[in-house]
Write a protein that binds this ligand. Structure first.
Ligand code: GDP
Length: 442
């Protein structure tokens, strides 16, 4: 996954630029409760090229830190995590005394740094732009994030070196389960990884992951091959900003991208936090399988009423992924750690399930009988035919007369109906609506 980081002083328009580049992506997650606030990263598709965009300004805390610390942290984050850096400056206020030093630091990493001059609107166009050549770059990218000017060229250049398909998960052996263990700092990820790997296993190999510094651990257990993603990243400790909560979200995203099943670890003592929901939202958005593991179960009161309240709350806040099994474990004592891999394997099996076309179409017919699709501006919404086009997750293309008018709640109804009909209780299912003018004779 290519990571593009936006860096710049406050008020240069980083988040407007961020929103402009992600465009529709943002709207997509609006339906997910709890995951929209505070979103500083997004997956972007532009002309068949995909990358993850991060607004580094949103990842560092601005409250107490000085301006210098603020951008300094962004620079650190970009240097560590990004493949391409967009440095944003403000055409209205002109070159800031701090800008050259920031750019200089960024360029020391030898990563491509593109200097974007924002707020180049209307008559003011080009007023201050040329002075930014003092930054020592060959090319400037003047844009107006507010008005959308200049983005074609910027994105063209940005995506030039990104490979066409970036989906590592498509290329791997179908029978190897790729598992990402994700969660906030101190939730117990490394304790769990150590505990899983402690049990005797047939082979253990450490294979470089696709991200810089990432090391995956491959092993076989009970005849099944597993890969734990970026075990090195999980166990590596002590970097200044690994303490930064939001950076851990970014780490999680990188691992999720390469996984089939994400094990989302939640701290039983602290309960489900907003950051946990951010990660869950991303798992759902990327259509990965998920097992929710509530860790440190040894450290909470196990009064029956409290347990019930806790579980109800977790289920409720994760209601956008009802298919994710929930386990309670203690990584420290090893209690129920042995359930984690089998749970992930069960999810993976459903994740790869194929349903015959006849059976899928019967299910569609039953769904339509149970719940007639709502009319759209007085005209009927017609569904003609459905076929499964891929696995991981099971993906169904439904042909209908007005694909853009299928209301979210009806999509959800069909999704739940399919999962029930095909006994796909533990995997996400993806529905794609396509246009077809006339129905078959029936
Ligand atoms: P990571 O940052 O997610 O990798 O978290 P660590 O695995 O380093 O764990 C953070 C702290 O939580 C350590 O002090 C662990 O000993 C502790 N811890 C991990 N799992 C458990 C658990 O199941 N119960 C309790 N009580 N503490 C745990």
């Amino acid at each position: 996954m290519t990571v593009v980081a936006i860096v710049g002083r406050p008020n240069v328009g980083k988040s407007t630029l961020f929103n402009r580049i992600c465009g529709r992506q943002q709207a997509l997650v609006d339906d997910l409760p709890g995951v929209t606030r505070d979103r500083n990263y997004a997956r972007v598709n532009w002309g068949g090229k995909a990358f993850t965009l991060i607004d580094t300004g949103g990842f560092v805390t601005s409250d107490q830190s000085t301006l210098e610390e603020h951008t300094g942290q962004q620079v650190l984050l970009a240097m560590e995590e990004a493949d391409i850096v967009l440095f944003v400056a403000d055409a209205r206020s002109g070159l800031h005394p701090e800008d050259p030093a920031i750019v200089e630091k960024l360029r020391r990493t030898a990563k491509p740094v593109m200097v974007v001059i924002n707020k180049v609107d209307g008559a003011e166009r080009n007023v201050h732009v040329s002075e930014f050549f003092q930054l020592g770059v060959e090319k400037l990218y003047p844009v107006s994030a507010a008005h959308g000017f200049g983005f074609g060229e910027l994105l063209e250049e940005l995506t030039r070196n990104i490979p066409e398909r970036d989906e590592a998960s498509e290329a791997v052996e179908p029978h190897e389960v790729r598992i990402a263990i994700v969660g906030r700092p101190n939730v117990g990820k490394s304790t769990l990884v150590n505990s899983i790997l402690k049990v005797p296993r047939v082979i253990v190999s450490e294979v470089p992951g696709t991200t810089r510094d990432a090391i995956d651990t491959a092993f076989e257990r009970d005849g099944q091959r597993y890969v734990l993603i970026d075990t090195a990243g999980i166990r590596r400790k002590g970097r200044t900003w690994q303490k930064l909560e939001k950076v851990s979200v970014l780490k999680a995203l990188q691992s999720i991208e390469r996984s089939h099943v994400a094990v989302l670890m939640v701290d039983a003592v602290e309960g489900l936090t907003d950051q946990d929901l951010h990660i869950a939202g991303y798992i759902q958005e990327r259509f990965r399988g998920c097992v929710v593991v509530i860790n440190k179960w040894d450290a909470v009161e196990k009064d029956a009423k409290q347990v019930k309240r806790f579980m109800t709350e977790v289920r409720d806040r994760l209601r956008f992924m009802p298919f994710a099994p929930i386990l309670t474990i203690s990584a420290l004592s090893g209690q129920r750690v042995s359930k984690v891999l089998p749970a992930a394997l069960e999810v993976f099996r459903e994740y790869n399930r194929r349903i015959t076309t006849g059976v899928v179409n019967q299910a569609l017919e039953r769904a339509l009988q149970r719940h007639e699709p709502p009319r759209v501006s007085g005209r009927p919404l017609k569904f003609y035919y459905v076929t499964q086009t891929s696995v991981r997750p099971p993906t169904f293309v439904i042909f209908c007369n007005r694909p853009d008018s299928v209301h979210f709640s009806y999509q959800r109804f069909l999704n739940n109906h399919f999962r029930e009909a095909f006994d796909l209780q533990k995997t996400p299912v993806r529905l794609i609506f396509r246009e077809r003018k006339r129905g078959p004779d029936r």
